[in-house]
Design a protein around this ligand. Structure first.
Ligand SMILES: [Zn+2]
Length: 72
């Protein structure tokens, strides 16, 4: 089962969940019970030597994503 990483905004921390791929975009509740979480990009490395900085923007600390879990 794939593992996904989420960030809890109230906790300002990250946590991981093992869940089916079909539920990867479903809302995730942090271990402390907060529902205000966002799914982070997986850290799967892609083959190839060419750097593509624009292809996979890294999650930024300020919650620059759309927030509220609507990205997925
Ligand atoms: Zn939390």
């Amino acid at each position: 089962m794939p593992r996904y990483e989420y960030r809890c905004r109230p906790c300002d921390s990250t946590f991981e969940l093992n869940r089916p791929m079909a539920e990867s975009s479903a809302p995730a509740v942090c271990p402390r019970g907060h529902e205000d979480t966002v799914k982070l990009l997986s850290t799967v490395s892609v083959g190839g030597s060419a750097a593509a900085p624009a292809a996979a923007p890294a999650p930024r600390g300020g919650g620059g994503c759309c927030g509220g879990g609507a990205c997925g």
